[in-house]
Design a protein around this ligand. Sequence first.
Ligand code: NAD
Ligand code: TYD
Length: 341
Amino acid sequence: MKNILVTGAAGFIGSAFARYMVAQYPHYKIVIYDKLTYAGNLDNLLPISDEANYHFERGDIADRAAVQRVMQTHDIDTVVNFAAESHVDRSILAPDAFIHTDVVGTYILLDEALKHGVERFLQVSTDEVYGDIDEGLSLEDDTFAPNSPYSASKAGAEHMVRAYHVTHGLNTVVTRGSNTYGPYQYPEKLLPLFITEAMDDKPLPLYGDGMQVRDWLYVEDHVTGIDVALHKGEAGQAYNVAGENQQHNIDVVRQMLALLGKPDSLIKHVPDREGHDRRYAMNCDKLRSLGWQRQFTFETGLEATVRWYQQNEWWWRKIKSGEYLEYYKQQYEARLAAAEE
Ligand code: NAD
Ligand code: TYD
């Protein structure tokens, strides 16, 4: 492993992975390939932009010629695919981009990786492919039951990864991460949206009763999980990367508000997300058996996250304009108007 193509690394988790890999493995060449959609942000890569082993190429993973060019130019031997449309609410409003990137883009990347003789292909996936589970913990061999256009597109991508392994012998590994939070997360997901809105004393649109359960994983722990799977995972296998920290949404929001010193009265119960999965939870013994260990508790991770957004208004204030405001209006205006007190 020498020349690693990291797609989608101008986004939240991919940029954390790139910052980590550039520092951790100075002898690897880290080549970032990102389309810079609304969610891609070169500010996320500023801390490493002057490093000798860092390279950035702008492009779409579904653009075959561009993918071919970047693989050849940088003599790529390893691919880590973070590139995706990643927000469930947007997949309900406009699923086209999800099919384009998550499904077609992953297929093009696999196909070009195979032709180019890539030695390892890691697909970054999600616990959402398992769908809603009432009780217990999802295991890697459980059946998929995706319920949103987002999770269906990620499940489609994963099936294609499996097919390229079984049919063509491509050396693939999949990681399935749980709900990830931390610095540099685009302020459309629950925590960064609510932290930044609460800092301005704005209402916080909590879907339904707020009793949905997510398993919260700090971004730096997710990144080390991917690193362990990349280096030690067995070809053709999938690995759950869990926070083992199941919380009701309303409790997450209350803990966040306490850290900010803001009142719970900012919470507004708004009409629920369509098809909203009630609970995700995974077992991650398989990844642990490769030597992975988390470093953050929810307390330390949440505190670090809240403080980062307080100290980095320069990063998120400029995002909250233009397209962002249009999306916010489309997603929340009617919901907030219908909010229960
Ligand atoms: P993000 O939305 O912050 O970033 C996505 C990145 O992909 C952006 O930089 C964007 O510009 C880029 N991109 C989008 N379409 C592209 C295309 N066609 N070609 C090239 N680049 C493209 O996403 P994130 O939250 O960092 O998630 C990264 C990956 O991790 C995704 O595959 C997602 O499904 C997965 N994941 C996310 C979570 C989570 O809680 N955020 C949990 C588990 C798994
Ligand atoms: P989100 O961050 O969108 O992640 P995912 O849907 O991929 O789990 O949402 C996390 C949880 O928070 C989910 O149960 C939906 C809920 N949520 C709200 O209640 N209000 C919001 O405005 C958002 C964005 C999410």
